[in-house]
Write a protein that binds this ligand. Structure first.
Ligand SMILES: [Zn+2]
Length: 182
């Protein structure tokens, strides 16, 4: 019941956002939408912790997870867009997921799992050498822009989605720990 309501909420939010915002380009919208939830929700089992992870991921995709760049947009002069973790770049979702130097250890620890799921070293290398492609596979591995480079089985799509949700959760948890300790 909760899962169904959650699906409807996010599918509606995504469709509205896609119509107006360039930040949503990373998201593949389902056709048809009815009874065909996005891979993010299809891969999420109805367990509390998994649903929480899926929500974190959904908020990152939609830009409703407050990173420094969003915080700055809402509070213009008072907040800096600079990443509080590394201090060397603006904190966008791309920075958080793919390039923040303060999170490089977590990134390295987690990326091996993606390599296992893909089980093709050439495809893994192609994806990880292109930061745009890597971010895309983390945010939404079902996106049509990836089809020229990698054909994923249904099982791989599920595994990558579950992996990415756990990865995002670890990044966000570590980020909060660093910020709290400063
Ligand atoms: Zn950073």
């Amino acid at each position: 019941m909760f899962k169904k309501a959650s699906n409807d909420y996010w599918e509606n939010t995504w469709r509205q956002e896609l119509a107006t915002q360039s930040t949503m380009k990373c998201l593949q919208v389902q056709h048809p939408v009815v009874d065909n939830p996005h891979n993010l929700w299809k891969s999420t089992r109805p367990k509390k912790h998994e649903v929480q992870r899926a929500e974190i991921k959904a908020r990152l995709i939609t830009g409703t997870f407050i990173l420094q760049t969003n915080a700055m947009k809402y509070n213009k002069s008072e907040v800096s867009a600079t990443c509080k973790l590394c201090g060397s770049d603006n904190e966008t979702k791309e920075h958080l997921l793919g390039s923040c130097s303060a999170l490089s250890q977590i990134r390295e620890e987690n990326i091996t799992r993606l390599k296992d799921i893909l089980s093709d070293d050439n495809i893994f290398t192609t994806i990880t050498q292109d930061s745009g492609m890597l971010i895309q596979i983390i945010l939404d591995c079902t996106h049509s822009s990836l089809k020229d480079h990698v054909i994923l089985s249904r099982e791989q799509e599920t595994d990558i989605e579950r992996w990415s949700q756990a990865y995002c959760e670890r990044l966000i948890t570590h980020r909060a720990q660093i910020i709290r300790s400063k």
